[in-house]
Ligand binder design. Sequence first.
Ligand SMILES: [Zn+2]
Ligand SMILES: [Zn+2]
Length: 117
Amino acid sequence: MTAHQVPAWLADRNPTSDRARVEQCRTCQQPVIRALVGRIGAIDIRVDPAPVGHVEEIAARLAGRWTYCLQIRPHLPARLLDRHQWHIAGGRCTHLVLAQHDCPGRRPAGPIQEALL
Ligand SMILES: [Zn+2]
Ligand SMILES: [Zn+2]
């Protein structure tokens, strides 16, 4: 069986696949990169495709959005990696840093406190 003969359902639903793929957000229709992050108990993650710098990463994390590393390898599919505290503490890595998708369709219309009162 060659790679072209693998059924689409098998290629797309491989539960151990952490390969990154470009999709459209169902809510805002913007392009996002989606992947399963983590080998065990993986989380289905969507990130914005534009890489972020140090300041933007801090701003994203302060806003409650996680950041991930996009690992691009020459002969293998791209992967999203968890950007945990030890990865960040290790200094400048060679990956592109991407922030969790900031979906404009899911932001509250106004301050939550005013909406509750
Ligand atoms: Zn990295
Ligand atoms: Zn969205």
